[in-house]
Design a protein around this ligand. Structure first.
Ligand code: CTP
Length: 400
């Protein structure tokens, strides 16, 4: 799983730095290209010469190469990396990462890296348990950085407890398992819809809704991380994808969204339709701005095409279709009706009666109902974590 992967290994000033020699050796043996970036303190524990020799690349400590005066370009290093692994990660470096400080090459590479970042903490028990460290770790996890948990045992201080860096073999096994898990959807094309649609009344006005697009964008990001080829058809929203390899198709109206979905549907293995599509659109769009009148204004609306239902009717054997239902009453009954009417594999139910669920916020609370009407209720979570639950379910259906 690590063959030909470009890995930046960040080494911090901890006694566990001596283990990074073995870690480099194991990563190189697994076929990875390794570039080591060390803090100045790390170089007191293990020499850059050792790590340069093992990695077959210069181990970098400073912004400048002392002999030639050349620049060690942190941005280039950050972009080169397919993954960044910080092991050992000290309390000091974790605090810098959590707060965006960048006073050495390692923290500058971290801030420049767009790839998944893993960190293997190494510190004394009391430092590990301190609320400041706990907060920094949670903050890093909220940035989607992944912790390789420290082990329990004898520490360099003589204390006994949690804080020991995971062994190099464990770190490599962790990275391999993560890479494998992550690519469960490789080779599959998946269509996602997100955001609201705007239905024009005249050149300056429209009928819209409060959908932020966050849920759909989080789903698209998660699918891309799992190796899928994602087409994201989105209505007007300020959201930006975190992952690079997503084909974004911007649309405004329900009619445009239908057209974009029909184009992508043919070779899509799965479709996850989280967009809040308008059910009605003005029957006639005024070509000029409608002027205020003394009496009331009536706008005639006509029904839009139900995109999900259309796709459900055209569903091929083995294709997976997922819809959303945002309900305020008779939630499960309404969701089941939609599931069956639209020929879905499962439906994601949001109840507006659940605090923290719905359009605007950063959290959501969902229940998944499948074709056999089996219900799975999840806790209130960040939209990223909810996206993971939904995408895991899709991956299970695809991979069996
Ligand atoms: N949907 C769609 N095309 C539409 C309307 C909805 O693809 N024109 C999709 C949404 O993306 C979502 C699901 O259908 O996955 C929502 O189902 P729907 O029955 O439209 O829900 P509501 O619009 O909320 O309908 P109702 O007002 O009847 O509850």
């Amino acid at each position: 799983m690590l063959k030909d992967k470009n890995i930046v290994l960040g080494v911090c000033g901890s006694i566990a730095a001596y283990k990074s020699a073995l870690l480099v050796r194991l990563l190189v043996k697994a076929g990875a290209n390794v570039k080591v970036v060390m803090t100045a303190d790390a170089a007191n524990f293990i020499t850059p010469l050792t790590l340069s020799t093992l990695s077959k690349n210069p181990a970098l400590v400073d912004y400048f190469k002392a002999d030639t005066g050349e620049w060690n370009n942190h941005v280039e290093l950050g972009l080169w990396a397919d993954m960044m692994v910080i092991a050992p990660a000290t309390a000091n470096t974790l605090a810098k990462m959590a707060n965006g400080l960048c006073d050495n090459l390692l923290s500058a590479v971290y801030l420049s890296a767009k790839c998944p970042v893993y960190f293997a903490p190494a510190m004394d028990l009391d430092m590990w348990l301190h609320p400041a460290t706990r907060q920094n770790v949670s903050r890093l996890q909220s940035f989607d950085n992944i912790m390789i948990p420290p082990g329990n045992g004898e520490l360099a201080s003589g204390l006994h407890g949690e804080g020991r860096m995971a062994e190099p073999e464990e770190i490599v096994a962790f990275l391999e398992a993560e890479s494998k898990k992550k690519l469960r959807l490789a080779g599959h094309k998946i269509l996602v819809t997100a955001g609201p649609t705007y239905e024009a009344i005249d050149p300056v006005r429209f009928i819209g809704n409060h959908s932020s697009g966050k849920m759909g964008f989080a789903i698209a990001d998660e699918l891309a991380l799992m190796g899928a080829e994602v087409t994201l058809v989105t209505g007007p929203t300020a959201q930006i994808s975190k992952q690079q390899n997503i084909k974004r198709v911007n649309v405004i109206s329900a009619a445009q969204m239908l057209e974009a979905c029909l184009t992508a549907y043919g070779d899509a293995k799965a479709c996850i339709m989280s967009a809040a599509v308008a059910d009605y659109t003005p029957a006639d769009v005024a070509t000029q701005k409608i002027k205020k009148r003394d009496d009331d204004l009536r706008i005639e609306l006509k029904k839009t095409t139900d995109i999900l239902k259309t796709l459900g009717e055209a569903k091929r054997e083995g294709q997976i279709l997922v819809g959303f239902a945002l309900e305020t009453n008779d939630e499960e009954m309404n969701a089941i009706t939609k599931l069956q009417k639209k020929n879905l594999d499962f439906i994601v139910l949001n109840s507006l009666n659940d605090a923290g669920a719905g359009f605007a916020g950063d959290t959501n609370k969902i229940t998944i109902i499948d074709r056999e009407l089996k219900k799975t209720t999840f806790d209130l979570k960040s939209k990223e974590a909810v996206a993971r639950d939904i995408c895991n379910r899709v991956a299970q259906l695809i991979n069996g």
